[in-house]
Ligand binder design. Sequence first.
Ligand code: B1M
Length: 211
Amino acid sequence: MPGYSNLIQAILEGNDVKCVELTSEALDEGASPQDIVSSGLQAGMLIVGDKFSAGDFFIPEMLLAARAVIRAMETIRPHLSDSEMPTLGRIVIGTVSGDIHDIGKNLVAMFLRGAGFEVFDLGTNVSADRFVTAVKEHDPDIVGMSALLTTTMPNMQHVIATLDSATLLSQVKVIVGGAPVTQHFADQIGADGYATDGGVAISLCRKLLGK
Ligand code: B1M
């Protein structure tokens, strides 16, 4: 198996040009696309997520790293059919009903994409019924909800109850986040996990899916 230390280093530097170059070289040398993704791109993004959570990286570094990984993925995509594309799991994400704050949610979605998850972003002001429809449509492993207002936090519980009524809750893990959300609140409403930021969201989703 080829080493991917240079590729991982390029991800840590947020150098998308180098990332694409090293990915193309690895493909030319006969490395399997799946191996490049799991041992190179996803491994690098895992380190980036940990550094972000530890406060060693900030949002700009995280965004550059995620962009580099996403560009490298675009280089790999033509070499694989959709079903062969390695993914850590499928995530439906949205900001709950009544809430139009999306900067944090967009960051989290981008981090998760960069880490190797397939993310379906429903946008903002997403009703419980819309979450249910999206779960039926995309069959995700995880449903992620964001709320920035204390007045919209209760809508997270409503989504969980609606998923339960539709007998869909048992087939997904639910994670929540957003500035006013806490672990205590997540426990209270029966969510499976809570993340303070995009880096924590990556490790939480991996942990919930045993990856
Ligand atoms: Co609004 N706003 N806002 N606002 N706004 C807050 C949230 C507020 C705290 C400001 C304040 O009063 N100090 C306050 C809420 C008070 C409260 O509920 N306790 C507030 C208010 C009151 C309002 C309005 C009601 C104002 C009004 O109209 N009177 C209104 C509500 C509109 C609505 O939603 N219905 C409103 C509107 C807006 C703007 C449209 C102007 C704009 C949003 C633009 C946009 O998002 N496209 C806005 C903004 C920008 C803010 C502040 C200033 C910044 C929010 C932000 O983007 N932070 C905010 C004050 C503040 O937080 N300092 C405020 C940066 C972002 C990277 O952080 O979103 O926390 P954050 O995301 C983090 C983590 O929380 C976490 O990871 C992210 C990355 O690290 N995370 C998750 C987030 N989602 C996650 C999901 C996960 C996991 C982690 O898993 C699924």
